[in-house]
Design a protein around this ligand. Sequence first.
Ligand code: HEM
Length: 168
Amino acid sequence: MNVGVFVFQWLHVIFAIFWFGSSMAMNFIFIPALNRLPLDKQREIGSHLGAVAERVLNVVGPVVIVLGVIRGTVFGPIQSLDALTSTYGVTWLIALIAALATYLWAKVQIEPALARMNAIPIDQALDADGRPSPAMLAAIGVVKRNAMLELLGFLVVFTCMMLLRFGY
Ligand code: HEM
């Protein structure tokens, strides 16, 4: 067994679980759980959750990508530009582009949507009857849709990972 391959794959996979897993947990556990709370509590907890997630994932996402690049090149079969034309090379390149796009999606679509939602003053976020206002509902909808769309990027990357595993 090549120790370098083992170490880089181990690090890559554990950080990848962290990154992909946090998106799944956000979509299928935290957001549905927050939805059951009153709006002021949702905003209070949601803004802390978002800030911590942003700080941590700003490190975890790039670490996964860099480790994946090293695993495929230094410790993998992509040792020249020619190798990028092999089936393995094309799959690896698709994974790289999809992972970068997924990371950027969070930066340019999820984080700003969250900030816009949290910037709605509480008196405008609720109707007179105490229900979320149309503006608030629209802002929540954008956050949920953008967070869900991020999963598509992860699914593309994850599928590429499985293909690489079998040599494609
Ligand atoms: C969300 C992002 C990612 C996830 C969840 C992920 C997940 C994984 C997993 C689970 C494996 C182990 C596959 C197996 O042995 O069965 C793996 C391997 C690998 N990953 Fe990733 N990965 C991600 C991003 C990337 C990126 C961006 C690259 C580089 C472009 C990359 C390159 C690789 C390589 C080269 C392997 C070894 C494949 C082999 O030859 O067996 N990964 N990844």
